[in-house]
Design a protein around this ligand. Sequence first.
Ligand code: UD1
Length: 343
Amino acid sequence: MNSNKTVLISGGAGYIGSHTAVELINAGYDVVIIDNLSNSDRNAVDGVRDIVGRDIPFEVVDTCDRAALRAVFDRYAFDSVIHFAAFKAVGESVAEPLKYYQNNLVSFMNIVELMKETGRPNVLFSSSATVYGEAEVLPVTEQTPRQPATSPYGNTKQIAEDILRDCCGAYSGLNGIALRYFNPIGAHPSALIGELPRGVPNNLVPFITQTAAGIRPMLSIFGNDYDTPDGTCLRDYIDVVDLAKAHVAAVNRMVGARMESSYEIFNIGTGRPVSVLELITTFEKVNDLKLPYQYTARRAGDVPAVWADTTRANEVLGWKAERSLDDTLRAAWAWEKHIRNIK
Ligand code: UD1
């Protein structure tokens, strides 16, 4: 393996990690996947192998386990790491903050510290639009001030961004990119990998697909009295394959030594706001089915609207979201049907 062309993916059996592994391989990289399988399934790695048609090194490792992580760093040659491994349930983070700070921050510090210790240059971090909170001006650019986090989950994203910024500033040779994802949805067009939430989904699209599959009797729209065109919240839904390709563009930038400063941030979204209601009706239209839904109270902590200004990613990263919402919602349903054995 050529270290310059090899990427370590922590959380590579997860939703975004598995799609990113596929796109990196399609772009000519080798990948090494590690995952502790706490909220993912090893079948996802097999799905990646099936899509790309070759074997991929995979090890069950917890990134909080420094010794085990060190062994991975010693065993493989790679210049870049993409760190996906993290807990991501907002409500759970409010109930169990220590679990979130412990897991999400210790794992990230282990990664950054080992990169420094072993002289490896490139760290790509999964951040989130959650860092913007309820922004005063929309769409948000990377210069839009971050708002105080409203959950420990969101706080771990802000703190990890700061850790990366400070370390890239202090340790010469260390480069960092934080990608601020908006709302990732959809699945690979092959339907071999996709999102696999455990228990009752928190996020909208898995709830929609599970409702369509008959697993959930009723979909709730959390609030229709927001100050938005149809009263439901506005979000920027980004196709997971497009999102995966943004990681390839960011790795290319780091590997190609094209960064303007040692730490950079990019918004990764479509730039188009879509309401909850529009998402639901589009899902119904493109998949030719009807969803049972009702309006319920607003969900605590939801912001009325957030969407990305993607100019910087378009111009500097040379990346743009390409897949249509129709295609994305068809892929989401194809994946749900695949895992539920629905014809
Ligand atoms: C959430 C997190 C965000 C995290 C992201 C990860 C919160 C407040 N934010 O974003 O920090 O980075 O997930 O994917 O939890 N909705 C319904 N009915 C449902 C589910 C959702 O109406 O059953 C609505 C929500 O009110 C929201 C929209 O759908 O307006 C999207 O919700 P969701 O998919 O949970 O994402 P976010 O809340 O935007």
